[in-house]
Ligand binder design. Structure first.
Ligand SMILES: [Fe+2]
Ligand SMILES: [Fe+2]
Length: 163
């Protein structure tokens, strides 16, 4: 069974994953309004993934005879700036999520909860992957610095191609 403090930690993390989903959906809406459909579709897929992360945490809470309590999700911003600025905000956000995953892992470790640590390892790896992908996109966008053609190219040929 999951301890009360770990259960709270999982519930907090579920809230963060759902907020991430909502934030990326807001970014998708922002890109749709600018006719950047490739960026918008990338963000929608990102939002779907974040929802699945929330459900993956939910799964572990119930596997361990715990209880999920859904917390309020705050309103995300509506304006995010140009594509480079948006991706920089994504990176900043993912780094915060990484810190909270790491803190949850440290709590599981402190409590000697081996099963929770193993479950959370997936999230530790996922955060490494997510930060790496976003850093790569930011570097490419910087190469296209200030050139509208570069952003349009990335919209169609990089972000728009995400499976
Ligand atoms: Fe996530
Ligand atoms: Fe994420």
């Amino acid at each position: 069974m999951l301890s009360k403090s770990l259960q709270n930690g999982f519930n907090d993390q579920i809230q963060k994953e759902f907020y991430s989903s909502y934030l990326y959906l807001a970014m998708a809406a922002h890109f749709e309004s600018q006719n950047l459909s490739g960026f918008a579709s990338w963000m929608q897929k990102q939002a779907d993934e974040e929802r699945s992360h929330g459900m993956r945490l939910w799964q572990h809470v119930y596997d361990r005879d715990g209880k999920v309590e859904l917390k309020a999700i705050e309103q995300p911003p509506a304006e995010f700036g140009n594509p480079l600025e948006v991706l920089q905000k994504v990176l900043e956000h993912e780094r915060k999520v990484t810190a909270s995953v790491n803190a949850l892992y440290a709590l599981a470790e402190k409590e000697g909860d081996v099963a929770a640590q193993i479950w959370l390892q997936w999230f530790v790896n996922e955060q490494v992957e997510e930060e790496k992908i976003v850093v790569g996109l930011i570097e490419k966008l910087k190469m296209a610095a200030g050139q509208a053609f570069g952003a349009l190219f990335m919209d169609q040929h990089v972000l728009g191609q995400r499976k």
